[in-house]
Design a protein around this ligand. Structure first.
Ligand SMILES: C[S@@+](CC[C@H](N)C(=O)[O-])C[C@H]1O[C@@H](n2cnc3c(N)ncnc32)[C@H](O)[C@@H]1O
Length: 272
């Protein structure tokens, strides 16, 4: 790689960080650099024009941002989380009357990507023995990638996007669309509200969520922003609510307001 390309990329990382809070250095993978350079070429971006193109050409900015965001997700990713949800957390909520026919539960999926995570949370709910005594359940889901939100709203999953789904769950909650793809039942989709937003600037009310999933998303932040987001998520949890993080995101920046709980291989945080 030429010295100019290195400089151009470093300049881009700086602007991206200022615009979104994202940090790339820890997460650069595979051939991201060459894909970015290809896009810079497509939009005739050089050192001099970089700043103006990113601020004056929204289509170019969006295409480049999408290249950076890794929307990798699959159903029941970290199966242990969903088993704990189904077999332990929902029954505990039911015992404590956190939900009843009158009260509803609310979850948040941060970095929901193309929808597999919020759909898995909902299926874990319906598969839980506690469901029978439960009231309504709603999942708010946000992602910085517009493309991921468009795919989530389309909710038409091909074979690759369906990985993690058992044939029993496919049969129970999905319908074939006729072109080899599967569509979740409307009853599931109407329980999810998708929003295109950056969690760093996204306003969350205090104490409204019973469950927050923020898995494999905080890796995009530097330590300062990661801690800011973690504190924001903890504030948004109800006392007694649970926070699920990705395996590489646990362990620090959470403070005294949550208690780590070990379930098998997974650590899940309960707000005191
Ligand atoms: C690797 S995916 C993880 C998806 C899902 N949580 C899972 O664990 O399967 C990370 C997602 O976080 C989203 N993301 C990254 N930074 C974000 C931010 N600042 N606000 C909201 N979403 C963000 C990305 O667009 C991507 O869809």
């Amino acid at each position: 790689m030429t010295q100019e390309s290195v400089q151009l990329l470093n300049h881009f990382y700086l602007i991206l960080n200022q615009k979104t809070g994202l940090v790339l250095t820890r997460n650069q993978h595979g051939n991201l650099k060459s894909r970015l350079l290809k896009l810079f070429h497509e939009f005739s971006i050089n050192e001099e024009s970089l700043e103006s193109v990113l601020s004056e050409n929204p289509a170019a900015y969006e295409k480049i941002l999408e290249e950076v965001l890794i929307n990798e997700s699959y159903f029941f990713r970290n199966e242990d989380h969903f088993r704990v949800l189904r077999e332990i957390i929902f029954p505990v909520f039911a015992d404590k009357s956190s939900f009843s026919k009158e009260k509803s539960l609310r979850a948040l999926s941060v970095g929901c990507s193309t929808g597999q995570e919020p759909l898995s949370i909902l299926m874990a709910f319906y598969e839980s023995p506690a469901y029978k005594s439960a009231g309504d359940f709603h999942v708010d889901a946000i992602d910085l990638s517009k493309q991921a939100i468009v795919t989530a709203l389309k909710a038409d999953y091909n074979r690759m996007q369906c990985r993690g789904l058992t044939s029993v769950l496919k049969e129970k909650y999905f319908k074939p669309s006729g072109t080899g793809t599967l569509k979740p039942d409307a009853g599931l989709l109407e329980k999810i509200s998708y929003v295109h937003s950056n969690i760093l600037n996204h306003e969350l009310f205090e104490g409204v969520y019973d469950l927050i999933f923020a898995r494999n998303t905080l890796i995009y932040f530097d330590d300062v922003n990661s801690e800011r987001v973690k504190q924001k998520l903890i504030r948004a949890l109800k006392p007694g609510g649970y926070l699920f993080l990705g395996e590489s995101e646990i362990g620090w920046g959470l403070g005294e307001r949550v208690q780590p709980m070990k379930f098998n291989q997974s650590i899940i945080y309960r707000k005191r």
